[in-house]
Design a protein around this ligand. Sequence first.
Ligand code: VGL
Ligand code: ZN
Length: 205
Amino acid sequence: MPSASPSENRVLLVVDVQNDFCPGGALAVPGGDELPTIINKLSRRFAHVILTQDWHPEDHLSFASSHPGAKPFTSVELSYGPQILWPDHCVQNEEGAEFHPKLKVEHCEMIIRKGYHRDIDSYSAFFENDRTTPTGLAGYLRERGLNRLFLVGLATDFCIAYSALDARRLGFEVTVIESACRGIDLDGSLEASWLQMEEAGVIRA
Ligand code: VGL
Ligand code: ZN
């Protein structure tokens, strides 16, 4: 299998820069709207760019509204383990699921959607939250020889951290560019996720 040239084995993975994760959205991450400008500029230094898009059916099981009486930001036990319940967000085909209008990465070569199975959430770009159902991204990257990942986007302590940890587990080199990420920070989750990422050999840049 031919691999990409050494200078082109890097790929920028832009995670969930969508309206609902930005101020004014359903699950707003503070400062999320600062990222499009930063990422647009950064993306020019990468020959390969992939975007992820959180893409839920309207009755998704990660929504508090799918559990009568449950409040957002509490946790429930699902078949695959604990799941935080979120406000309804990134519903398929709705405006909240669209990329932030200022995000302009024309040379993006693939958009990977996740969280589209009703019964299972998917923080990571590689596996759904059962940690075993693959999204197909690892196969794509391997087949194309893209083995150095640079992660940016939202949210540092959920989709970025889960993606970074899975990528390390799969043997990729992983760098998280902190200035181009923003976190949710539920009960210290931001600090905890950085510790886990650093332990796993993720480069914090
Ligand atoms: C995310 C919570 C729910 C994320 C997605 O992009 O970090 N967080 N869905
Ligand atoms: Zn989601």
